[in-house]
Design a protein around this ligand. Structure first.
Ligand code: HPA
Length: 235
């Protein structure tokens, strides 16, 4: 059962797929956290793996950058490979004074400057929201692991480079906790096909303080986010 973008067999994927943006990170997560993993896709080098985390079957697949890429992979996973839960594990920008590099932020919902959800929703505003049980379980696991998280509203943008300070201050005013490029798209695809999704991100860039994580420090701070995501799948 191949799709234009995924060359895998019908049962290759687990019900739950963790999705980083970067294929190299998907490989790293499979190697570091899964047992008995096998690579199940390399079309366009959008690597996917299925393996066991504490005996639970889990898949990891990268979704690339931006709503178009993340949406098409999520959609194909759901409609062609029977995936029921998607956990995006990514990076994001921040604008609030009290949100810092390396913080873990969880998207309860996501506004967007993309027009795609309006195109799909008869030109009305679609409230792109996370699955409540997934938020609840993730918060429970984070508390148990003593890892602090913030849960709130995201802004999903089509434009990574944003020097419009007025816009950044508007996001800050409206209490946006994370700025990414995929969540609003993944949440609307999940809603459309009646499956569950959650985005968990590590803050890698502070857009007002103009700070960024180096590529080395990205790796170590991702560990907590990945552990929370993996442990939440066991609940
Ligand atoms: N903006 C949008 N997406 C991002 C950013 C950002 O600053 N950092 C990581 N993903």
């Amino acid at each position: 059962m191949s799709t234009p973008h995924i060359t895998s067999k019908k049962n290759d994927f687990a019900d739950i797929v963790l999705m980083p943006g970067d294929p190299v990170r998907a490989k790293y997560i499979a190697e570091k956290y899964l047992n008995k993993y096998v690579q199940i896709n390399n079309t366009r080098l959008m690597l996917a793996y299925t393996g066991l985390y504490k005996n639970k079957k889990i898949s990891i697949m990268s979704h690339g950058i931006g709503i178009p890429s993340a949406s098409l992979y999520s959609r194909e996973l759901i409609t062609e490979f029977n995936v029921k839960k998607i956990i995006r594990i990514g990076t994001c920008g921040a604008v609030r004074d009290d949100i810092n590099l390396r913080d873990i932020v969880i998207s309860m919902g996501a506004c967007t400057d993309s027009k795609i959800n309006r195109i799909k929703f008869n030109n009305h505003d679609f409230a792109a929201i996370a699955d409540f049980d997934m938020i609840y379980n993730t918060a429970k696991i984070a508390k148990k692991m003593n890892i602090s998280i913030s849960i709130g509203n995201f802004f999903t943008t089509d434009s990574f480079y944003n020097e419009d300070i007025g816009m950044l201050n508007l996001l800050k005013k409206y209490n946006i906790i994370g700025i990414d490029m995929e969540t609003a798209g993944i949440y609307s695809v999940a809603a459309e096909f009646h499956v569950k999704a959650l985005s968990i991100c590590t803050v890698s860039d502070h857009m007002i303080k103009k700070e960024s994580l180096s590529s080395e420090s990205r790796e170590s701070s991702f560990h907590d986010m990945i552990k929370i995501a993996l442990e939440s799948t066991l609940l």
